[in-house]
Design a protein around this ligand. Structure first.
Ligand code: 5AD
Ligand code: FES
Length: 357
């Protein structure tokens, strides 16, 4: 490769069109604080151009902590016998939505482990009950890998958005983070099915996960360019004490924020959440993420009694606050850095991400 400077690469990215894998890798592997600042200011400018100072709030309902999978990094993995398991009933979930609606939320994100107790019929009934009671709200599902037929059925019931992180685009790295029965290939299949069906799709990955290299992160950027999702959620890896990765170091806020800014420059229209994991490793991580290009927050709407049972990683932030407090806290924090929290549906600014802006 020629010796293009990082500054030139950042300028090139800002001018549009993205970078190649080697160029992303160079930027990710080593950059000065000044270069990072330049990247953040461009990311801030682009977020401003497409979304202004609006930050969309989505109410997150973690409705089951049961999971049939055994992802090595995750506190809810089936081998973790210490994890406390719970599941909410349809009525419990509707009650959360009612509370959330009162607080102004117009998007509900239903997330769970891969809990086989919930059949496709049950998921469809839950989705259509929410859509019937709250026709002005969007329902997002985040319930893992399913068949195309299942995804189609949920879509038919009224789910319009689906979140499924690809976790890492490199199949070898994927295999180090997951048990043999899970594959990067099936993840991709799921994501392309979801997009093809017509969902607004969110994907993403962990930053600083065990064995991750700058080359892996560059491959993640290339995958995002290829998939062109509506949303990209990333957060630092944080070890969970009762998993085999307990002794691995957490990803850093700096690394995560740098990746957020790179994503904003690569997919300018994307919805990018400032995640709870980022708030967990840095008390003002969410605010830093927003200033570097993020534009979504997902406060928890789960009932207080189950909050501390949905632990993907240790020391999770915001598990001790009532939904109303969380909502107020988020609004205050956003205002303090000059942003406005918006609870409307907050659709992605492009309907079909295959079309360039
Ligand atoms: N640290 C950070 N993020 C995690 N996730 C799961 N386990 C961890 C962890 N230990 C993320 C995964 C998953 C999302 C719901 O949470 O990326 O897709
Ligand atoms: Fe949950 Fe601040 S956002 S307490």
């Amino acid at each position: 490769m020629d010796n293009t400077t990082n500054t030139e690469l950042i300028e090139k990215l800002y001018a549009g069109g993205g970078l190649c894998a080697e160029e992303y890798e160079q930027l990710i592997a080593a950059h000065t604080p000044q270069e990072a600042q330049l990247l953040y200011s461009y990311a801030d400018a682009l977020r401003d151009k497409y979304y202004g100072k609006d930050v969309y709030l989505r109410g997150l309902i973690e409705f089951s902590s049961y999971c049939k999978n055994d992802c090595i990094y995750c506190g809810l993995r089936r081998s973790n016998t210490k994890a406390q398991r719970y599941r909410l009933s349809q009525e419990d979930i509707l009650e959360c939505c009612r509370g959330g609606y009162e607080l102004g939320y117009r998007t509900f994100v239903l997330q769970s482990g891969e809990d086989m107790h919930f059949t496709d019929d049950m998921i469809c009934r839950i989705v259509s009950a929410i859509k019937t009671e709250f026709p002005d709200c969007a329902v997002t599902l985040s319930i893992g890998e399913k068949s195309r037929e299942s995804y189609q059925a949920y879509f038919g019931a009224g789910a319009e958005r689906y979140l499924l992180r690809h976790e890492t685009a490199d199949p070898l790295h994927y295999a180090k983070l997951h048990p043999p029965e899970l594959s990067a290939e099936n993840r991709r299949r799921c994501l392309y099915d979801l997009k093809d069906i017509g969902y607004q799709v969110g994907t993403g990955f962990m930053v600083g996960s065990p064995y991750q290299t700058a080359e892996n992160l560059a491959a993640d950027m290339m995958f995002l360019k290829e998939l062109r999702p509506h949303m990209v959620g990333i957060g630092p890896f944080i070890p969970h004490a009762d998993t085999p990765f307990a002794k691995f170091p957490a990803g850093t806020a700096e690394q995560t924020i740098f990746m957020i800014a790179l994503i904003r420059l690569t997919l300018p229209y994307a919805l990018i959440p400032a995640t709870t994991a980022l708030a967990t490793i840095d008390p003002i991580g969410r605010e830093k993420g927003i200033k570097a290009g993020a534009n979504v927050c997902m406060p928890n709407l789960s009932p207080m009694g189950v909050r501390k049972k949905y632990l993907l990683y240790d020391n999770k932030a915001c598990t001790g606050d009532e939904s109303a407090q969380c909502r107020a806290c988020m609004e205050r924090r956003l205002e303090s850095i000059g942003f406005r929290s918006v609870v409307s549906r907050g659709d992605c600014k492009v309907k079909n991400t295959d079309t360039n802006l």
